[in-house]
Each structure stands twice: as structure tokens, then as C-alpha cells.
Design a protein around this ligand. Structure first.
Ligand code: CP
Length: 312
């Protein structure tokens, strides 16, 4: 059962709730394989995607998820809405609610913005990435992909490599994988590793070869190029040499280690061109699974799942 009005972060979910969400995504993925990918489950519901930052995967998959479930969906970006005329997030949320939104999917550069909005509107609010805080639906699709490929998550060793400091994907994945019983290892340059990460239960490494030894899953994070200008790492070539995933490093991991990347990728920087498309990489599967997981979430957050059987 999933009883939250909003989804603001993985931190607030129990292992049972995460597993229930992932279980609900399984039949959703089956719907996506049908010749006609459409069920009437959310007919009459309205989903608004409100994005104050650019997105390809998250916004596209929320829109498709809503359409496959027959909800009406509307996309709005900060730059093309009345936000550019100075309208506040609160007023924008109230306006969307008055327009009939049942769900507001919000991406915002400020950590905590979805939480702020959720306290002011009756509509369900889904965090689609807020600053460096959380990106819960990315973690859900990552966990779904691992569960699908590996069969289970408990007991796996998961390495998350890169810019941990600025990564909302890393934070949500730390909470998610830890709650489901995996060992989480974090690896990155000391300048991109926040202090006190051990308190989350994760182990911290600064040498990639040590972090990858024997792991089952490697989550490579996008290097945010703007961090170079801030002096947080010396250069892309140096970063790639120390923290890039290549064939030699992959061989240090478990024989069937799975490679994930949330995208967008900097090919040749955090991951070699060859590994981005190798059979051990599930990067395109992650994108597909993102639709299934978001279908499950929209379904559950609009009152679905109260019965033991879904009505699709
Ligand atoms: N992974 C992810 O959030 O990608 P987008 O920025 O394209 O949505």
C-alpha cells in the first residue's frame, strides 16, 4: 500500500513502500509492450509537468506515463510560463490547481521546492529533481532496473561514482539501495565528496579501483562540467583518468557487474564509448523503466492500488 499524498524523496519511504512501488511497475511495463500502449486507468485525471530546469528523460517519461494511462498531461517550463513575469512558485502551483491539476510533477533548482509546494496545494506533488537534494523517481527506476537484471537487491554491493556533492541521484540512490539491504559504496574526488556521508550507512572511497573491487552494480554519475570552472577538479582528462569507467576498471568489479548511468552521459569522460553500449550496461533500459516506474507512481498517487487487483 502507498498512502503518501506526495513523493518528495526516497528518504521518507519504507523498504515495504519502495518494494510495493517497484512491484506495481511490473504490470505497467507489460502495458508498454502491448501494440496499443494505452489503458483507461487515469481517465479524467490531469498531470502537470512543471519544469524549472531542462530535462529530456524525466519530463518525457512522465508525459508518456500519463498518456499511456489516459490522463491528460500538460508540460510547462519556467521560461515559457508566467514565472518569467515574476509569478512565485506558490502562485504558479495555486494556478495549476485551479486549472484542475491532480498531480504536479516539479523539477526545481532549489532543494526543498517540491516540499514547499506540497504544503500549499491539494494536488499530489512529485519531486522530479530538486537542487542537490533528491531525485526519487530516478532512484526508483535504478532500483527497478537492478531488480529486473539481478533478481534482488538485498546483499548486493552498489558503487556510486562521481560528483556525490552535487548529485540528487546519488542521494536518492543511497537511501533506496540502503533501505533495500544493499551495501552502498561512494567514490569520487575529495572535493566532490560531502563530509559525513558514512552516517548514511554508505562506505566512502577516494580510489576507484578500491571502490569497484567485487561490486555487483556501478552507478556512474554525470560530471557537471560547470564544476571545473569552480575549481573542484582540475580537468576532464584528469577526472577521466582517476574516476572514469573503462574496461580495466569494469574487470575489477564482479563478473556480471551491471553498469548504470542516469544520463545525460559525457561519453569519454565518466564512461568510455565502448562501455556505454556494452551488454553489461543497462542505460537505455533505465530510460524505458523510467516510464513504467512513473506510470506506477501516477497510478498509486491518484488513488490506485487500494484494491488488491489493479484495474488495467
Ligand atoms: N536522469 C535525468 O534526470 O535526466 P533528465 O535531466 O534528462 O531528465
Amino acid at each position: 500500500m502507498f498512502k503518501h499524498k506526495d513523493l518528495l524523496g526516497i528518504r521518507e519511504l519504507s523498504a515495504q513502500e519502495i518494494n510495493f512501488l517497484l512491484d506495481t511497475a511490473v504490470p505497467m511495463k507489460e502495458i508498454m509492450k502491448r501494440p496499443i500502449k494505452k489503458v483507461p486507468t487515469l481517465r479524467g485525471k490531469t498531470v502537470v509537468n512543471l519544469f524549472y530546469e531542462n530535462s529530456t528523460r524525466t519530463r518525457g517519461s512522465f508525459e508518456l506515463a500519463a498518456k499511456y494511462l489516459s490522463a491528460d498531461s500538460v508540460n510547462m517550463s519556467g521560461s515559457s510560463s508566467s514565472v518569467s513575469k515574476g509569478e512565485s512558485l506558490y502562485d504558479t502551483g495555486c494556478t495549476l490547481q485551479s486549472l484542475g491539476a491532480d498531480v504536479i510533477v516539479l523539477r526545481h533548482p532549489m532543494a526543498g521546492a517540491p516540499g514547499l509546494l506540497s504544503r500549499r496545494v491539494k494536488a499530489a506533488v512529485i519531486n522530479a529533481g530538486d537542487g542537490a537534494h533528491e531525485h526519487p523517481t530516478q532512484a526508483l527506476l535504478d532500483m527497478f532496473t537492478v531488480r529486473e537484471r539481478k533478481g534482488l537487491i538485498e546483499g548486493l554491493r552498489v558503487a556510486i561514482v562521481g560528483d556525490i556533492l552535487h548529485s540528487r541521484v546519488a542521494r536518492s540512490n543511497i537511501w533506496g539501495f540502503t533501505k533495500l539491504g544493499a551495501e552502498v559504496r561512494l567514490c569520487g574526488p575529495p572535493t566532490l565528496m560531502p563530509p559525513g556521508m558514512e552516517k548514511t550507512g554508505a562506505r566512502v572511497f577516494y580510489r576507484m579501483d578500491e571502490a569497484l573491487a567485487g561490486v555487483d552494480v556501478i552507478v556512474m554519475l554525470r560530471i557537471q562540467r560547470e564544476r571545473q570552472q569552480q575549481g573542484l577538479f582540475p580537468g576532464l582528462r584528469e577526472y577521466s583518468r582517476l574516476y572514469g569507467l573503462n574496461r580495466r576498471r569494469l574487470e575489477l568489479a564482479g563478473r556480471d557487474a551491471l553498469v548504470l548511468h542516469p544520463g545525460p552521459m559525457n561519453r569519454g569522460v565518466e564512461i568510455t564509448e565502448e562501455l556505454a553500449g556494452c551488454p553489461q550496461a543497462a542505460i537505455q533500459e533505465q530510460v524505458t523503466n523510467g516510464v513504467a516506474v512513473r506510470m506506477a507512481l501516477l497510478y498509486l498517487m491518484t488513488g490506485g492500488g487500494a484494491q488488491s487487483e489493479t484495474d488495467h
